[in-house]
Design a binder for this molecule. Structure first.
Ligand SMILES: NC(=[NH2+])NCCC[C@H]1O[C@@H](n2cnc3c(N)ncnc32)[C@H](O)[C@@H]1O
Length: 415
């Protein structure tokens, strides 16, 4: 969370170099270009530092800086592939995903309700993991072939799982990154479960788009077909009291001087695995970003911006924004309705849960108030699986008795 005023960060002056261009989103951030030499006066939080460049001052993201002028992050390190694919080489994440029934069941339903789409067709299952979607295809429909692509070492077991389930004549497992593989032919359907926290985190979606451009036939089907990010202003009393309220008087002692530090430490990053309740929503949730998987381009992923204009529907405390995603699977069958996987609070819970972005200071709101602004999903130009999410908003008061000051604030959730 950004502090407008001075704070109790350690006061130092250190020299750093920009490793990428940073375009500031608001008056309290400092724009710079790759290679610029900045003076860092305060490391006000792990993610945001107070810096100077050519007599201008402002906050800069620490992940865009490095101490030396050379050895910029190498391309392969930027994707952190060893750590990323290493994490999928053990069963932990696969157990979590397979145990997520709403997630796994929707892919089974897509296969079950579109048998004709798959009959005699060729399917690419990208990031197949243990191969569950490929096994659904081969056992619930009659595709001509399924190419199951998996970069992690779990692929060694996937080959055996395919054989043990009698699907070896239809499913072929390829171990490797899809960007580096040559498949036997182009495919009619590209199916993948690529969604990360806030939809985009991990940016596996880039691999899906490369595979689409390389291997999907003209007019082929993308499953999911559409992906949306949904946002809602919300209450989060429990989180606020657990992280900041706690310091008011633990064991009857006054620890309140630690509350500014607590806000900075706990609210400067998004809270993954948040479980928002429907009654926490102050407004009607709204899709702020929608991606068409047949037309989306990799370059579009650098910066995605959404606008919002919420109307407060109940008196309460605006603690922050909660975000989640939903994806749609369009069918080719006549009247086949699109199937939807929604990770929001009004659907069956999934392992993604939701993501909470806490304000530094909660705001009392009243029915009829407006919360309008923009949200920017800005891909980290250095660490390619990460992103910055920046909100700018203002609150328009409707109540006459206490005219709410309208204000624009910036909130960066560094993932
Ligand atoms: N929903 C998600 N957030 N993650 C679940 C799917 C991720 C699976 O795809 C694999 N995977 C990710 N990227 C790639 C790639 N470019 N090529 C092959 N497999 C991949 C990864 O190893 C893992 O098994």
């Amino acid at each position: 969370m950004l502090q407008e005023r001075g704070d109790n960060g350690v006061d130092t002056t250190e020299e750093f170099f920009g490793v990428a261009d940073f375009s500031a989103y608001g008056s309290n951030q400092l724009r710079f270009s790759v290679g610029d030499k900045l003076l860092v006066h305060k490391r006000t939080s792990s993610d945001w530092w107070w810096a100077e460049l050519r007599e201008s001052f402002g906050y800069v993201p620490s992940s865009y800086l490095q101490a030396e002028a050379e050895n910029v992050v190498q391309e392969e390190d930027a994707w952190q592939d060893e750590e990323y694919f290493g994490s999928y080489g053990t069963l932990k994440l696969h157990l979590e995903m397979l145990s997520d029934k709403p997630r796994t069941e929707v892919y089974r339903q897509v296969i079950l309700t579109n048998p004709a789409t798959l009959k005699g067709k060729v399917v690419l299952d990208l990031g197949c993991g243990t191969g569950i979607i490929s096994l659904f295809c081969a056992s619930l429909a009659e595709p001509a072939a399924v190419y199951a692509v998996e970069a992690s070492t779990v692929a060694e077991y996937t080959t055996k799982l395919v054989k043990d389930n009698g699907c070896g004549d239809v499913v072929t497992v390829f171990q490797g990154r899809v960007e580096e593989l040559t498949l036997p032919e182009k495919v009619d359907v590209l199916v993948s479960e690529w969604m990360g926290n806030c939809l985009l985190f991990e940016y596996m979606v880039e691999s899906v788009l490369h595979a689409r451009d390389c291997w999907l036939k003209e007019g082929g089907m993308m499953w999911p077909s559409l992906a949306s990010i949904t946002l809602v202003p919300c209450e989060a009393f429990h989180n606020f009291s657990e992280k900041v309220g706690f310091w008011e008087n633990p064991y009857g002692l006054d620890f309140s001087c630690l509350q500014p530090l607590a806000r900075k430490e706990f609210f400067s990053k998004p809270k993954f695995n948040h479980e928002i309740q429907p009654q926490d929503c102050l407004c009607t949730p709204t899709d702020v970003i929608t991606l068409n998987m047949h037309t989306l381009q990799v370059s579009d992923l650098e910066r995605l911006q959404g606008e919002f204009s919420f109307k407060v529907e109940k008196a309460g405390t605006f603690h922050g924004f909660t975000a989640w995603f939903s994806v749609q699977f369009h069918g080719l069958e006549r009247d086949a309705a699109a199937l939807i996987l929604d990770s929001g609070p009004h659907s069956a819970p999934t392992h993604w849960k939701q993501t909470l972005f806490m304000l530094d200071t909660p705001v009392t709101v009243h029915p009829g108030d407006s919360i309008s602004g923009t949200v920017v999903f800005h891909r980290n130009p250095v660490w390619r699986r990460h992103l910055t999410i920046t909100f700018q908003w203002c609150i328009g008061g409707s109540s006459t008795e206490d005219s709410i000051q309208s204000k624009a604030s910036i909130l960066n959730g560094f993932i």
